[in-house]
Design a binder for this molecule. Structure first.
Ligand SMILES: Cc1cc2nc3c(=O)[nH]c(=O)nc-3n(C[C@H](O)[C@H](O)[C@H](O)COP(=O)(O)OP(=O)(O)OC[C@H]3O[C@@H](n4cnc5c(N)ncnc54)[C@H](O)[C@@H]3O)c2cc1C
Length: 292
């Protein structure tokens, strides 16, 4: 299929891009990697009057060490995150998750800004941004604002971005030394969107679980944090009883859809299995680090 007709504007700065969005009066779309936008145009699910290409804007693709946090430019390709030694050292759970994003050809083009703005409920980067308490910088003609990832995802393919706004930076706080982590995912085929995934970070604090964060995806309209399970685990010694209680809580909380790929019940069961595996791996890593 072919897309409907559109005008094309290659922006050479963020200011030019947000000006073009404003000029289009809600009828313009940014194009980054094009890996989600082009299929939507070809299926005629979107009919923007103008595509605003941000690929020629200098200095939009970077992964920078900023002391406490890692700053990532919106045009940073998935493959760059996957192969970044800074990400592998400071955010190993993100490094692990990137290998599950689509296929290599798509990872070579797709961008973090595109993935977060597209907000697919089964996409890895939106879930990682929740898990890692990302802060997102957004620009429009009115200036800049910052939003926490937990307030950004409003529904399937729906975010807090207004029509005239562009995502211009993602900030992730580095994991503290000794943090245990795990990422578990099941998809029907390698590179497909996940049926369900779980990401976890936690610490080993004198034999007890602390700083636990659990991210889930593929089991609701948006990626989510399992906050009830996090509270159940916090301050507890790691045991089968506490893990079972957390897994039960996760299964009670999620509301997965039934679709062509899997039933709601299957996804609910699966996310519990993945959570159990991820908790065990994360705890092992944290325990190992505590004894090193
Ligand atoms: C076959 C296939 C399999 C895939 N499998 C997976 C998978 O397993 N996991 C996964 O996570 N993804 C998967 N994807 C999606 C892929 O990761 C996309 O690259 C990503 O979702 C969108 O990034 P993009 O840069 O291509 O964005 P684009 O397609 O260019 O844009 C997507 C949307 O974001 C908007 N946008 C882009 N950049 C910005 C910005 N800076 N500010 C504001 N709005 C912006 C666009 O206007 C558009 O609405 C798959 C895609 C395909 C085609």
């Amino acid at each position: 299929m072919k897309p409907p007709p559109f005008d094309y504007f290659a922006a050479d700065s963020i200011e030019a891009a947000v000006q073009a969005l404003a000029d289009a009066g809600g009828d313009g779309k940014i194009i980054a990697g094009g890996q989600s936008l082009m299929p939507m145009l070809n299926f005629r699910l979107l009919r923007p009057s103008v595509l605003i290409d941000i690929n020629r804007i200098p200095d939009l693709a970077y992964v920078r060490d900023d002391g406490e946090c890692i700053r990532i430019g919106p045009l940073t390709r998935h493959r760059t995150l996957e192969t970044s030694s800074l990400v592998a050292e400071q955010l190993p759970v993100l490094h692990e998750a990137m290998g599950y994003v689509a296929h290599l050809a798509i990872r070579n083009r797709g961008t973090i800004g595109g993935s977060l703005s597209h907000a697919d409920p089964a996409a890895e980067l939106p879930m990682m941004s929740l898990l890692l308490d990302a802060r997102l910088e957004i620009q429009s003609l009115s200036g800049r604002r910052t939003i926490d990832a937990r307030d950004f995802f409003l529904g399937a393919l729906t975010t807090d971005l207004d029509e005239g706004e562009m995502l211009v930076e993602v900030r992730l706080t580095k994991l503290r030394k000794g943090t245990g982590w795990a990422f578990e995912e099941v998809a029907r085929r390698s590179g497909d969107f996940a049926l369900a995934s779980v990401g976890i970070t936690l610490s080993h604090d004198d034999g007890k679980i602390s700083n636990v964060r659990i991210g889930l995806m593929g089991v609701g309209e948006t990626p989510m944090r399992a906050t009830d399970a996090e509270s159940l685990l916090a301050g507890q010694p790691f045991s089968e009883t506490v893990v079972t209680a957390a897994v039960d809580s996760i299964r009670r909380t999620v509301e997965p859809n039934t679709d062509l790929h899997a039933s709601s019940d299957y996804r609910r069961h699966l996310v519990g299995v993945l959570a159990e595996q991820a908790l065990s791996k994360a705890w092992q890593r944290a325990t190992q680090a505590a004894h090193d």
